[in-house]
Design a protein around this ligand. Structure first.
Ligand SMILES: [Zn+2]
Length: 347
């Protein structure tokens, strides 16, 4: 009996209107995010929260089996994005003193993406964009405070000071609105080059991306070589992820990760070299062959807008032989590896 009651409950959960990536709602949410007048790093932070790329304890534990997944602030639950940014005791305190309330989204707290979609709906209201921007700044401060505790062992800031810092940072950005004109998405070059003719401009960062997986293993090895055109070595990565058993999907996972790293390094003009014709074709025509790939393609195309220029180029396998080698090396590693050739001025 109990089992069937549970099954009923699960069924009810499933039949909740689901939030799909191609939906109007989600598209508007992304558009709103890119338009917010907030610092670039905060946009990237929210973006990471939305795609599940924020390195919270639960995510690290799930991926590597290392560390303790429990929240260090309250010690009561696993540290997921939802717990840390929405539910943790400490965050609740911050929210009590915030100049904004988020009561309308309280039923969505179990899923950060749904919650943010709901928050983004404020765009239509007077001052809505400002409120969303301030919300993003508050979440960012919560994350920064968490990192201070995590890495510097500095005990948590008071809720009022967290809000104070968020407001200060947000106001600075608001004030700079009139003095700076930011790049609109229309100005961003975002093409997909089927065949790369070698005409990269000097200074463009070229990223050779290759993946290796074994059909009987769950691991995905990713090898990346970044060069500043024409010939300055910047950085190389060997990364290990979980293989999803499909070459195009694995390659999409790799490209998404690489875009993430490129954004963190503040690279603004990049060119991704990939040997996966299938994925590049699907990126170009936005015609994903399945829903898992659709989500990844949406993520990639959304991230593309954060660059001044971001091109995807199909290259022959021979020309990315070194990153291919790195990707098979990555299959055997436990912790991601990085070789950094950047001088300080390159940052
Ligand atoms: Zn907590």
């Amino acid at each position: 009996m109990e089992e069937s009651a549970n099954a009923e409950k699960e069924k009810a959960e499933e039949s909740k209107p689901s939030i799909t990536d191609g939906s109007q709602q989600v598209r508007q949410m992304w558009n709103t995010l890119w338009k917010l007048n907030i610092k670039h790093k905060i946009k990237i932070f929210i973006w990471k929260c939305l795609i599940g790329a924020l390195p919270v304890r639960a995510a690290i534990h799930r991926k590597t089996g290392l560390g303790d997944p429990v929240c260090r602030i309250c010690g009561e639950e696993q540290e997921t994005v939802e717990h840390l940014l929405l539910k943790c005791q400490q965050t609740q305190e911050v929210r009590k003193v915030a100049p904004l309330q988020w009561d309308g989204a309280v039923d969505q707290q179990g899923d950060f993406k749904r919650w943010w979609v709901r928050i983004s709906e404020a765009r239509k209201r007077p001052k809505g964009m400002e409120h969303i921007g301030l919300t993003a700044n508050i979440l960012w401060q919560v994350w920064k405070d968490r990192n201070k505790k995590e890495f510097e062992n500095i005990s948590s800031c008071s809720a009022a000071s967290t809000i104070g810092k968020a407001q200060k940072e947000w106001l600075e950005q608001e004030e700079s609105l009139n003095t700076k004109t930011s790049l609109s998405p229309e100005e961003t070059t975002s093409n997909i080059e089927e065949h790369y003719q070698g005409q990269a401009e000097e200074g463009t960062i070229i990223l050779d991306v290759a993946t290796t997986s074994h059909y009987d293993q769950v691991s995905l090895g990713i090898g990346v070589i970044a060069m500043r055109h024409p010939s300055i070595r910047l950085v190389e990565w060997a990364l290990k992820e979980r293989s999803l058993g499909d070459k195009a999907i694995d390659e999409a996972v790799a490209i998404k990760l690489v875009l993430c790293k490129a954004l963190e390094l503040h690279w603004s003009r990049i060119m991704i070299h990939s040997h996966n014709q299938e994925l590049l074709r699907q990126l170009k025509y936005k015609s994903p062959s399945n829903s898992r790939l659709a989500t990844l393609i949406d993520d990639i195309l959304n991230m593309q807008k954060l660059f001044r220029m971001c091109l995807f180029c199909l290259v022959k396998e021979e020309s990315i032989v070194r990153s291919k080698r790195l990707s098979s090396h990555a299959l055997g590693i436990i912790v991601d590896e990085e070789w950094n050739f950047l001088s300080d001025t390159e940052h």
